[in-house]
Write a protein that binds this ligand. Structure first.
Ligand code: PLP
Length: 387
């Protein structure tokens, strides 16, 4: 017996990472020692204090009941405290909702506000969930905002056709371009959202993975942002906890209320014990300073970034040392897929840029989420492929 998928499922393009995982599995099955520089899942472990806290909290039988859909009160208090410490942003607890990872919130926020046929401005290239898991799965219409190299991979608000869009996604530090922005740009974004009656969904999942002294701002630091913006944060990248599925959204109360309403119908919040660990994690910040382990973590990543960027520059590619994320976005001067295929032949998997949207064509995304010795080997292989 076969069943027919709903139209919204049929409209989804294939999920890029699922395809890549399949390809990687096939290469491995053929005995090829494939180095995957394609997926944004940190290889580094969570810090010891997180593991210890997880053991303690998970072994308490009282921490295995349902949570509140909006999150435990002490979790929300820790989030408001962290936002104050880190960004000097004042929030009430009812402006916070706990998430099963930021991806879940990004996908569910549209369910609260997007009707069939509504338009949503999405960056292109971008994390596919804005256009797909969020917009298309709500029967909305994604409208791409091109992120071009000549604009430093930022949307040009002067030329974007809003076309009755209701919502706009932005993500800096950016996956996949690794671009970062300053508060001047964020002010333009907030003004643009206000002038055009747009809900502004700001994905700040990489705010803590930064280098060379750069500190990523929050959109909520901007005057007027609280009127229009919801910001998504994640413990996945900051604390190397991708599998623990915990994040949060903060900001405009109505946007938080809408997202919470959806979640009460779908899930019952992240496990209580995970939220308790998250409280510990946020408490590790003293003032706006990141904890020691995070500084060390970022230094390790920075060293890998330098190796990768230097290798690509020596091969004649114009690549910047990005100030954040664990991605290098390479203008590969040919079809993305040709570049990817060439590297697959030497056992290195990278991601074709068009998987992040049509404006990603001609680029590839290379991650540096492998230990240094594997990065060295990968860089040697990349050099041999393009010699
Ligand atoms: C830009 C961006 N946002 C959000 C996420 C989702 O992170 P999580 O759901 O693990 O918090 C990712 C994951 O790769 C990402 O790259």
């Amino acid at each position: 017996m076969t069943f027919e998928y709903a139209d919204r499922i049929k409209r989804l393009p294939p999920y890029l990472f699922a395809e890549l995982e399949k390809l990687t599995r096939e290469k491995k099955r053929c005995g090829i020692d494939l180095i995957s520089l394609s997926i944004g899942d940190p290889d580094l472990p969570p810090p010891t204090f997180i593991i210890e806290s997880l053991k303690k909290e998970a072994s308490d039988p009282k921490k295995h009941n349902y949570s509140f859909s909006q999150g435990e009160p002490d979790f929300r208090e820790a989030v408001t405290g962290w936002c104050k410490k880190r960004f000097n942003v004042d929030l009430q607890q009812d402006q916070v909702v706990a998430l099963l990872g930021s991806k879940e919130g990004i996908a569910n926020v549209a369910r609260a506000f997007i009707n069939p046929g509504d338009r949503v401005l999405v960056p292109d290239p971008a994390y596919p969930v804005y256009a797909q898991g969020s917009t298309i799965l709500c029967d909305g219409i994604p409208v791409p905002m091109p992120l071009l190299e000549e604009n430093d991979f930022k949307p040009d608000f002067e030329v974007i056709k809003v076309d009755k869009a209701k919502m706009m996604f932005l993500n800096y530090p950016s996956n996949p371009t690794a671009a970062t922005v300053d508060k001047k740009f964020l002010k333009e974004a907030v003004d643009f959202a206000k002038d055009n009656n747009l809900m502004l969904c700001y994905d700040n999942a990489y705010s803590e993975i930064t280098y060379d002294g750069y500190r990523a701002p929050s959109i909520l630091e901007i005057d007027g942002a609280m009127d229009v913006a919801i910001e998504f944060h994640s413990f996945s990248k900051t604390f190397n906890m991708t599998g623990d599925r915990i994040g949060f959204a903060v900001g405009n109360k109505q946007l938080i209320d809408g997202l919470t309403k959806v979640k009460t119908q779908i899930d019952s919040g992240p496990p209580v014990y995970t939220q308790k660990v998250a409280v510990k994690a946020l408490g590790a910040y003293s003032g706006s300073e990141p904890p020691e382990f995070l500084k060390k973590n970022n230094l390790i990543l920075q060293e890998r970034r330098d190796l990768l960027v230097d290798t690509l520059c020596k091969l004649g590619y114009k690549v910047e040392k990005a100030k954040a994320t664990f991605y290098v976005w390479v203008n590969c001067k040919c079809d993305s897929i040709k570049f990817v295929a060439k590297l697959l032949d030497v056992g290195v998997a990278v991601t074709p840029g068009d998987g992040f949207g049509k404006y990603g064509e001609g680029y590839v995304r290379i991650t540096f989420t492998q230990p240094m010795e594997r990065m060295v080997e990968a860089c040697n292989r990349i050099a041999s492929a393009f010699k």
